[in-house]
Ligand binder design. Structure first.
Ligand SMILES: O=C(O)C(=O)C[C@H](O)[C@@H](O)CO
Length: 248
């Protein structure tokens, strides 16, 4: 399981599912990836399409992590009830925000996740003790994507219930006046600071790195939850390159 692997400090290679396609996600789930990110932020996904992708991923030894469009506690409740147990939340900037996200994922008395006796997450009431044990199997990856998040990374990493500091290289570089250039020196320094903040709190760090050289370097540096490509990128670039190969 992704959470156990990361807690052992071991890397787990993942892929990003951006096409909002159950079939494409099912194809990618068979790749041997340790986790898949089902994107609800920048992809035309909704609760039903994400649930359909969770259903197909369930057939594979691959953890489904769902990125929500925001830290909205109503969405956290709905997507967790639909079976998402590993969440990625974009643009987390403060420890207080991280604590609120954890609380939204947690049943009372430690949190305020809405209670329902039966849903997909507990196999419609068939998993005895689900509500009492739910926190044990949940994973929270918070995205650090701006200067404020980087500055607060140590405090965010220290929040109980945060498992991963996950760098969004596109947003981070954009928010650091280096749009589209996460390789800029000052952005790389920020990325390293996030990794170090996570490590200092005994937490994992993650990043999306579709270029192999970058992914290899981030893995060497100590990132462990690393996404190394996406269904969208593989299809678009693969199609482009195939057609171009006949026009030379
Ligand atoms: O900021 C980023 O980069 C990410 O969080 C990943 C992107 O949102 C992903 O959709 C690829 O473009």
């Amino acid at each position: 399981m992704l959470k156990a692997t990361l807690r052992e400090g071991k890397p787990c290679i993942g892929l990003w599912c951006s096409l909002a396609s159950t079939l494409a996600t099912e194809i990618v789930a068979g790749s041997g990836a340790g986790w898949l990110l089902v994107d609800g932020e920048h992809s035309p996904n909704d609760l039903r399409s994400v649930m359909a992708q969770l259903q197909v991923i369930a057939a594979f030894p691959c953890e489904a992590a769902v990125r929500l469009p925001s830290d909205d506690p109503v969405l956290i409740k709905q997507f967790m009830d639909a079976g998402a147990r590993s969440l990625m939340i974009p643009n987390v900037r403060t420890a207080a925000q991280a604590r609120d996200i954890v609380a939204a994922m947690t049943y009372a008395p430690d949190g305020f996740r809405g209670f329902s006796v039966g849903h997909r997450a507990n196999q419609f009431g068939r998993i005895a003790g689900y509500h009492q044990k739910a926190r044990e199997n949940q994973l929270l990856a918070v995205q650090i994507e701006c200067r404020t998040g980087v500055a607060n990374a140590r405090e965010i990493a220290a929040v109980d219930g945060v498992d991963v500091l996950f760098v969004g290289p596109g947003d981070l570089s954009t928010n650091m006046d280096a749009m589209g250039n996460p390789g800029a020196d000052h952005v790389q320094q920020a990325i390293a600071a996030v990794r170090q903040a996570a490590a200092g709190a005994g937490k994992a760090s993650g990043i999306l790195a579709p270029a192999k050289a970058d992914a290899d370097r981030y893995l060497r540096d100590g990132f462990t939850m690393v996404a190394v490509g996406s269904d969208l990128g593989l299809l678009a670039r693969g199609a482009d390159n195939l057609i171009a190969s006949f026009s030379r």
